[in-house]
Design a protein around this ligand. Structure first.
Ligand code: SF4
Ligand code: SF4
Length: 370
């Protein structure tokens, strides 16, 4: 088996100390040892040594949040081992066709909410929250060329669910004189990578990059998960690519942009996605006047790498756990830099809103406050 030694070496690093239990959102929601890095390593080790019989339906699905890596004294890299193991044993549960159908159904329900204004009847449903659409393209903004051409990677969320972030970025960059192009690049397909379907993942990025002309200055991402997917492709499958890419937060740090207006967001808290750059909070702190710190707000949103679509019930539990012991009564806006986190945060807030007086709390992408 290709890569067997690499996997064994990594699995052997795990001392089975169980320290990862205290940070693994999956273990915390299920209290099931087999749903933690330690448990997954035991299963992988058992299969590699022939002690456990390999079954196609073996449950090796997690949020790929990498919280276990940051906490593990043996410095395991779980997010590398699991996809590699699945790839070698052809264990992928990823089916691009089924995934597209689920996405279209999801997007169709959201369209119904918008068209028939159903959100007033189902105020607290996830679909009602996701269908909110306020930011329009500002046609009065005059484009002044700065000779910078930017490709915006819109991903599934902007295309199928809610385009507020895309519209905010278009307004902001046009106001600052950038030419923004939005080709149809489809989904970032990060779940195919984590499910070990490397061939599909690689082909899908090859196709995307063919649609991008080489004279662009940057590819801009408003979602840390899509950004991570691009970087995984570049680092693991294609090291000759010269395209530069930035997240929205890195972009506003690099260029001194003139912001659209004060959009009156007060008492803002940042949810840092597990795929985000460590420096994001400091950058935001220097740009956002009303950014507050909330104790215990670092927990997982429960939707990582589309876990919410694959394991809905556990994902909901993890999302609700995030808000259980946090005091957010004075907060009215949660910003995040991952569009999947947006879904997880809405999901967790439904119960929290019912139990508090904070009915109007919003979850938006970071880009929407500028
Ligand atoms: S913390 Fe690291 S070494 Fe300890 S059980 Fe978890 S993965 Fe293994
Ligand atoms: S990546 Fe996250 S969900 Fe998966 S085992 Fe590690 S801590 Fe748990």
């Amino acid at each position: 088996m290709k890569n067997k030694q690499k996997i064994i070496d990594e699995v052997n690093k795990c001392s089975r100390c169980a320290l990862c239990f205290s940070v693994c959102p999956l273990y915390q929601a299920t209290k099931d040892e087999t749903k933690s890095a330690k448990g997954f390593f035991n299963i992988i080790y058992g299969i590699l040594t022939g002690k456990i019989r390999l079954k196609k339906n073996i449950d090796l699905i997690c949020l790929n949040c990498n919280k276990c890596k940051t906490f593990c004294p043996s410095d395991i890299n779980f997010n590398k081992v699991l996809p590699l193991f699945k790839y070698n044993y052809k264990l992928s549960n990823f089916n691009p066709f089924i995934f597209k159908i689920k996405l279209y159904v999801f997007s169709f329900i959201i369209k119904l909410y918008k068209i028939f204004n159903l959100k007033k009847y189902f105020k607290n449903s996830l679909f009602a929250q996701l269908s909110v659409n306020d930011i329009k393209i500002d046609k009065s903004i005059k484009y002044i060329s700065k000779n910078k051409k930017i490709i915006f990677f819109e991903g599934c969320f902007n295309r199928f669910i809610n385009s507020d972030s895309k519209n905010a970025i278009l307004n902001l960059l046009s106001k600052n004189g950038y030419e923004v192009i939005i080709p149809n690049l489809g989904c970032c397909n990060i779940n195919s990578y984590f499910e070990g379907d490397f061939n599909y993942f690689k082909k899908s990025w090859e196709k995307k990059l063919k649609k991008i002309s080489k004279d662009v200055d940057y590819i801009l991402f408003d979602c840390d998960t899509c950004f991570q997917s691009f970087n995984l492709y570049i680092n693991e499958f294609e090291n000759k690519c010269n395209l530069k890419c930035l997240t929205f937060i890195q972009f506003i740090e690099k260029y001194n942009l003139e912001f659209c207006q004060n959009k009156n967001y007060e008492n803002i808290v940042y949810h840092k996605p597990c795929k985000a750059n460590e420096n994001n909070y400091n950058i935001l702190k220097s740009k956002v006047e009303n950014l507050k710190y909330v104790d215990n707000f670092e927990k997982c949103c429960g939707f990582g790498s589309l876990y919410g679509i694959i394991r809905g019930r556990t994902s909901k539990q993890i999302s609700e756990n995030k808000f259980k012991d946090v005091e957010i009564n004075s907060i009215n806006t949660i910003i995040t830099s991952c569009n999947l986190c947006r879904i997880g945060l809405f999901q967790g807030l439904i119960v929290k809103k019912k139990n508090t007086n904070n009915e109007n709390i919003k979850v938006i992408n970071v880009s929407e406050i500028f």
